[in-house]
Write a protein that binds this ligand. Structure first.
Ligand code: AMP
Length: 174
């Protein structure tokens, strides 16, 4: 299966969760063993020799892809979550997203010096979410290796929000 075949496993849902948003539904990809395996292999590919020690997955669809990528790369997994969900002491970063505003949190002790971190989510839209997550990672004494998503909505220019010093990889661009 190639990246082009993967496009058949993304369902466009108009006006979800708000009018005017074309939602990229990845559940058809999740329920296909081959599509899921291919998506996660292609997500991890550019970082295979980057000695990634921790994959940071963004709640909640980033948890699904992030944990499989972590397994593929022989790395650990750390959750980046919506406010109030993590039980230990946290660091927070606020941001604006395509539909509303939000904040992300990570455990204070999630990363250690020497960690090499790859941030994973399902979709890059306006880039606010991924930029917030990479900002949190940069706040630690660890190395941000890069960020990757299954889908990039390139017409929203989300890449720019992350800054050019973060290597970014998307499996599918729209
Ligand atoms: P953004 O901060 O605008 O880049 O939004 C990215 C986050 O919102 C990701 O966690 C996505 O899961 C979700 N998201 C934003 N826009 C879409 C969309 N059109 N289809 C599916 N998910 C989206």
């Amino acid at each position: 299966m190639t990246d082009n075949d993967l496009r058949n496993f993304i369902r466009d849902v108009p006006d979800f969760p708000k009018p005017g948003i074309l939602f990229k539904d990845i559940t058809p990809m999740l329920r296909s063993p081959r599509a899921l395996e291919t998506a996660c292999r292609l997500l991890a590919e550019p970082f295979r020799d980057a000695n990634v020690t921790q994959v940071a997955g963004i709640e909640s669809r980033g948890f699904i892809f992030g944990s499989i990528v972590a397994r593929n790369l022989g790395a650990g997994f750390i959750p980046i979550r919506k406010p109030g969900k993590l039980p230990w002491s946290t660091r927070r970063h606020e941001y604006v997203l395509e539909y509303g505003s939000d904040a992300l949190e990570v455990h204070d002790d999630a990363l250690e010096s020497g960690d090499r971190v790859l941030v994973i989510d399902d979709v890059l839209a306006t880039g606010g979410t991924l930029a917030a997550a990479t900002h949190l990672v940069r706040g630690f004494d660890a190395t941000l290796v890069g960020a990757a998503t299954v889908i990039e909505l390139s017409f929203l220019n989300g890449r720019e929000k992350m800054g050019t010093d973060t290597p970014f990889h998307a499996v599918l661009r729209y």
